[in-house]
Design a binder for this molecule. Sequence first.
Ligand SMILES: [Zn+2]
Length: 68
Amino acid sequence: MKKNLKLGGNPGRDELILQERCANPWNGECNNTNIVLYIYFKGSKLPICRACWNKIAEMDVEWGEEFA
Ligand SMILES: [Zn+2]
């Protein structure tokens, strides 16, 4: 009796699923996928793309308890 086991699924498809889109809370329309880092904002972990991070870095944001 043959056993037909498939392990690991489809790596190519998994990569697409793992690709995240920017969720910059200050720009709800940004859907870039070149994520460079994550920020914690109001309890949520949000992926941020390179372009948005450059803007956020220029903002006068207090990186205090609000982001914890
Ligand atoms: Zn973005």
